[in-house]
Structures are given as C-alpha cells and as structure tokens.
Design a protein around this ligand. Sequence first.
Ligand SMILES: Cc1ncc(COP(=O)(O)O)c(C=O)c1O
Length: 483
Amino acid sequence: MPRMPVEAPIETNNTTLYEAVAARIEQLIEAGTLRPGDRIPSVRRLHAQLSVSMSTVMEAYRLLEDRGRIRARPQSGYYVQAAARPLLAEPKASRPGKRPHRIQVSQLAYELNQKISSPEVIRLGAAAPGLEHLPLKAINRLMGQVLRWHPQQAHDYAMPPGRKELRAEIAKRMMDVGCSVGPDDILITTGATEAFYLCLRAITKAGDTIAVESPTYFGILETLETLQLRAREIATHPRDGIDLADLEAAFRADKIKALVLVSNFSNPLGTLMPDDKKHRLTELLTRFDAHLVEDDVYGDLPFDGHRPKAVKAFDRRDRVLYCNSFSKTISPGLRIGWCVPGIHMDDVGRLKLATTHASATPPQLAVAAFLANGSYERHLRRICRHYREQVERMHSTVAECFPAGTQVTRPAGGHVLWIELPKGTDTLDLYERASEQNISFAPGPLFSSSGKYRNCLRLNCGLPWSPQIEQAVRRLGELAGAG
Ligand SMILES: Cc1ncc(COP(=O)(O)O)c(C=O)c1O
C-alpha cells in the first residue's frame, strides 16, 4: 500500500467528511505507518493538519473506536489497537436436508427455559443483553415521569396500532434502516416475538411450508410449531446468510409461502446479508410470489458503527413484513416491539386486537420519551463497544479451552457465538452435565426443525465479562473435551 502523508488533502468521494478522515487514519494503519500501540495525532493536531473542524476529527475517532481500530487512554490520547486475530476456524455453510419438516422444538425450549430460572445458574444460554449495559436508570425515571404526565391515559388501552408518540419516533429510526415509512405504517407489538407471530398468522394457514435459515433462532421455530406450519431449512453461510440458489431450488420444489429470517447479525450464526443479496432476495420473493417475515432485532448492534439496511429497504413490491423490538437495546422486560406489515396492516391489526388487544401503555410512553430525548445513539455506541469486546473475549477463551477442532463464528455485530464442536460430541448430553454445575447454554438441536446440529451450541456474550463467566466457559470447555 502506498504511503501517504497524514496532511494530504482529504477527498470525500461520496462519503461524509468524518468518514473520509477515519479512512485516512485507517490507510496509515494498514500501510504500517501507524503501528499497534502507536499514539495517533491528537484531535487538535489533526484539526490543524487537515483543516477540518475539531468535531469532525472527534466523529472520525469515535468511528475508529467503534471499529476497534483505536482506543482512547484517559489523559493520554488515542492509540492504535492490535488487530484482533481470528483464533479458531469459522464453521462452513450448513447443508440441511431438502424436505420440509413438522416442528417439535417447543417442549425442549420450555424444559431448558425452566432449568435456567434458578439465580445460581450462569446463563450463557439465553440470548439476553446484560442488564448492566441497558439504560435502566433513564428508563425507570421516564416510567415515573410518564405516569405523572399522563395519570389517566397511561392506564388506558393503547389500541392497535399503538401509541402514536412511539410510532412517530420509530418511523424516524426506520430511516436508518433504509425504510421511509410513516407512523401509520407501524404497529406496536409485545416484543418482536409477537410481531413475527402476528405477521406469519396473517399470511399463512396451518400446513403451509415456510423457509428458514439453517440453523435458525428457535423462537421462530416455536412460532411455526404453534401455527402448525412446516419448515424447509435453507443452507446458510455464517458470514453472509442464506444461500439464494438453495432458496430458489426450494421455491421450485415446494410451494413455499414465506421465508422468515434474521437479516442482520442473526441468531445464532451472526450472519450479515450484504445489500446486493438483500436486493436479489426481494426479486426472488416477487418471482415466486412469496413473502419475507424479516426479524431485525440485532440490526442496531454493529461492531463497526455502520447500521446495516433491512431487506425491507429493497422491497418495491410489498413482499416484506418487517419486525423489530427494543429487547436487545433498551429493555427486554418492557416488551416493546413493532412491525411494518405493509398491505397486510389491517389483517395484522385485527389479529393483534383479537389476541392481546393492546400492548401495555406505560412502556410505550417511556420508550417514546427515551427515543425523543436523543440519547439512544450514544447509548448504542457504548453497548456495541461492550458487545464487541465480550464477543472477542468469549472467542479467545473458547479458543484456549475447548477441544481441538472446535470452530467458532465471527459475527460483525450482535452478541451471540455459534460453536461447532468436533463430530460425535453430543451437546444435549453436555447440557445435562453442565446443568449439574449450574452452567447453561443453548444446545444445537434447538435451532433446527430436523434435529441437526447435535455437535453445536450457542453462547450468549451479552453479559459483562467477569471471572465467573470466564470460569464457566473454561469448565464448559473441559466438559466438552471429557464427553
Ligand atoms: C432473533 C431474535 N428474534 C427475536 C427475539 C425475541 O425478541 P423479543 O424479546 O422482542 O420478543 C430474540 C431473542 O433472543 C432473537 O434472538
């Protein structure tokens, strides 16, 4: 790479000025001009050298911090970070069978859920964010305020589509996802789980076949099971998601009514579909007269500061029913989710009314007030940094203490890792042995409609790293090796 003086004029080439400044520093790191541990120019110095404002330099440095390229040291300045080494090999693309299956995962999911309710259990299983990372003080304060501001209305039903204040704030945020929608296009739900349940119910009938990623989030499989739908698993690569050729083959072989997927930093693989693939997916949906129920609950959690677009952003023919929630970013307990069901709005609204009537009003008002006060972006930046570090620490600990041949995903966002143990390992048996030592994780067969992934497991990296967590991961590695 050619060496470039730091003070060469900045060219923006379709990017913002701060991104161009960040790119300049990254070029210097790539070229070895700035090495790991080196101090980079101070904000004031770069401001003078490049003739850009101090706030532009600050924004650029914040972006580089988010990307893990530099780290601030208090009272000292910014330093180049050592590149995170990929430690273990990445699992290969999955190769599920080609037949649709009836689903039976809810019993296993329920049993495992019962087991982790004890407070002594180190919960590496549930994909829950660490409560320590969430803006709970601000939300608790706002809950009190909204009850004082709306002493009566806060106790009234917030009939579908839900409170307008919240829908207006969500509509603004949907621009970051690449979707231009208004408050009336949004329906508030009780978490993303209710959002995809209602959307699927609106567009399917019992016995229909639905395409899913393989492996896929077991909550999606549980919903398919409840609705008596069958699943056709689609081959999925841990980096860029479902194999569109396999999806097309499935469309040709069976009448597939819809596809359900987690498009950004998926659970459990952490996949991120590139934009061109999202675009091609919408074309396939149109060609085969199918719908997509898109779950985007991890989209606000990128490690590099770039919020990816939704598939919905490429949807010109109203094929995508978009679902999301604040469970991974603000509070899972408030149960605030939403969907953008497009032309199916009336059907989904009618089903919402018929099933739960309305979602609770005070949390809708509190989240609306939190989004309106403008601190959500700063909060996201902070938690993404935590998740990135926790994912890296989990990866390196697994690399140290799991059996030889273990493979691990390398997500670019979110907070879960998918681990493929050597063939022959039985993670259901490992689960029993780990439970005896108060350690939980999510065993692989939960993520498949056909009982696949017996040698796999998912670990949650959402909790703050601690000696207890590290010890639990090490113990799990020993148990896996002894199995
Ligand atoms: C992909 C995915 N979708 C949805 C959910 C649940 O979302 P909510 O709590 O908003 O219902 C989870 C939780 O683990 C998840 O991983």
